[in-house]
Design a protein around this ligand. Structure first.
Ligand SMILES: [Zn+2]
Length: 211
């Protein structure tokens, strides 16, 4: 079932590992197709993961196809899909610079021209809740409002997209921006883009995300 999407999920998962955005079995990836969600399994190292390990669940979290339990962050994925029509794929990573900012609970401001058009504006840090809980799911949805990315307090980062390719490229963009911002913070006081420019650039995101 959904073999092509399982292949895409596997590919993105392995690429996250190669790029050092996750280690072991941390982080998770999913894509929505109608009332089904194709998602990475829980506790399977990415290096050993195969296409047959990818799970298909419904929007209530029941396994429709697969022999392993779905990701421990399934509640967060489902909560996002239920609340965001513009989310058709989710990439949750533990990439280092995004997690570092999330650890000091510092939002990523709009420091370059790519952030607002692709991610919607300043990227908030969701309120802390323990990994795997429905509290985390609610906090993430709240902080993700009007954005394609969110930092998870003391945990990691999460990006959505209309396709898995878009969600992954948003995750790469977010990590890069968090890296630049972290380095800039250590060297001095980063300048932010002028508010009128941010507003104009955020319009590009708004137009792409409202139907
Ligand atoms: Zn995580």
């Amino acid at each position: 079932m959904h073999e092509n999407l399982k292949g895409e999920v596997l590919n993105v998962s392995k690429t996250m590992l190669e790029r050092g955005m996750v280690i072991g079995s941390s982080g998770n990836v999913s894509v929505r197709k109608g009332d089904h969600v194709v998602v990475t399994p829980s506790s399977v190292p990415y290096s050993e993961m195969e296409q047959e390990d990818i799970i298909v669940i419904d929007l209530e979290g029941e396994v429709v196809d697969g022999h392993l339990p779905p990701s421990t962050e399934t509640a967060t994925h489902l909560e996002i899909y239920k609340n965001r029509d513009d989310a058709k794929a989710i990439v949750h990573s533990h990439s280092v610079y995004a997690t570092a900012l999330a650890t000091i609970r510092k939002p990523l401001p709009v420091i370059s021209d790519e952030i607002a058009p692709y991610l919607g504006g300043e990227i908030r840090v969701s309120e802390y809740a323990m990994a795997g809980t429905t509290y985390l799911a609610k906090n993430v949805v709240k902080a993700l409002e009007g954005r394609s990315a969110v930092l998870l307090a003391s945990h990691g980062a999460l990006c959505i997209g209309k396709t898995l390719k878009e969600a992954f490229s948003n995750a790469v963009l977010l990590e890069r921006a968090c890296q630049v911002y972290s380095i800039a913070l250590g060297a001095g006081e980063p300048h932010l883009l002028p508010p009128d420019v941010v507003e104009e650039e955020a319009e590009i995101w708004n137009e792409a995300h409202t139907e």
